[in-house]
Design a protein. Structure first.
Ligand code: VAH
Length: 313
């Protein structure tokens, strides 16, 4: 059985739905620190678990006979700058808990998300390679860099089957992201439908690696179902899809909503975005487990606007 920690979050919400459709809803236990997503709470087994609480995580894994844990609970880049010690505590201790449960044989497999935030200003920005300089300048990025080192250590030294992806900014319409720097690329679609105008907190030329949720979920499932012998990376795989600027995104929205307008007022998140790459080389993921993204910017915009029109009409 599968346990998802942080199931009410942006990725967790869709991962839970997808995994339940594959494995059956009673084989996927959703959990989060609160019940902020009532649809999820009522659509299958749900437990309130603080991912920082080892005993709570361990007891749930034993009670439900969990063999695979998706650890999706974390404080993201913008929130992590406001609450550094809370971000370190949640992001690191939740990881140690699941790694140690796997080391002890209580569970068998772990998915843990890393991020393009693991890269910093000294990392090559264009087609950032799998193996390169990582000097992250955000608390969140530091937790991802150190988390990758621990995942690789627990695999190489202790045989733990932990798998990870360096997610780009993820765009989706089902659940809002929380506290990220790439969240502008979600908010903009909601505002385009609701008000026709968006006040963007990044400058128009800020190119960032992004991915549509459908592709992010596909990559996650493909990696977790891949033959362990095929995996040459046990820190975290680079994952690429589409890179674009807020201006590119606004222009793709305007092809559907010609009256849409945008203004740019960069805030503290501009410095975070400027420390990250503009595009990613994911050739190792392509070679090891046959990764390929499906959605273009145009296809993503069409799907996002169609779904949100239904939501707000
Ligand atoms: C954030 N969405 O903005 C997350 C992600 C690549 C960015 O880690 O912090």
């Amino acid at each position: 059985k599968i346990l998802i920690l942080g199931a009410c979050g942006q990725i967790g919400t869709e991962l839970t739905t997808k995994l339940r459709s594959i494995h059956g809803k009673n084989n996927v236990i959703a959990s989060d620190i609160n019940t902020r997503n009532l649809e999820l709470v009522h659509s299958g087994p749900f437990e309130i678990i603080d991912a920082k609480n080892f005993n709570a995580v361990r007891d749930c894994c034993i009670d439900y006979k969990i063999d695979t844990v998706y650890l999706m609970a974390a404080l993201l880049s913008a929130t992590g700058e406001k609450y550094p010690m809370e971000a370190w505590d949640l992001n690191m201790n939740s990881l140690f808990h699941v790694l140690n449960l796997a080391k002890d044989g209580t569970i068998k497999r772990i998915f843990w998300p890393s991020s393009i935030a693991v890269f910093g200003p000294t990392t090559p920005k264009v087609n950032t390679p799998q193996h390169t300089i990582c000097e992250p300048t955000t608390v969140y990025g530091i937790t991802k860099q150190v988390g990758e080192r621990w995942c690789e250590y627990y695999h190489n030294k202790l045989g733990v089957d932990v798998r990870s992806l360096r997610y780009p900014g993820i765009i989706s319409h089902k659940a809002m992201p929380g506290g990220g720097t790439t969240d502008y690329a979600v908010e903009i679609y909601h505002e385009a439908i609701k008000t026709g105008h968006y006040n963007c907190f990044l400058s128009e030329h800020t190119e960032l690696p992004m991915i549509f949720m459908e592709d992010a979920i596909k990559a996650t499932i493909d990696l977790m179902e891949a033959d362990a012998k095929a995996l040459s990376i046990r820190s975290s795989y680079n994952l690429a899809s589409i890179s674009f600027t807020p201006e590119d995104l606004a222009n793709s929205i305007k092809t559907h909503l010609p009256d849409f307008t945008i203004e740019y007022n960069p805030d503290f998140r501009q410095a975070i975005a400027d420390s990250w790459p503009s595009s990613i080389d994911d050739s190792v993921a392509q070679e090891d487990w046959n990764w390929s993204a499906q959605y273009s910017l145009e296809a993503m915009t069409a799907e996002m606007l169609q779904q949100l029109k239904l939501r707000y009409k």
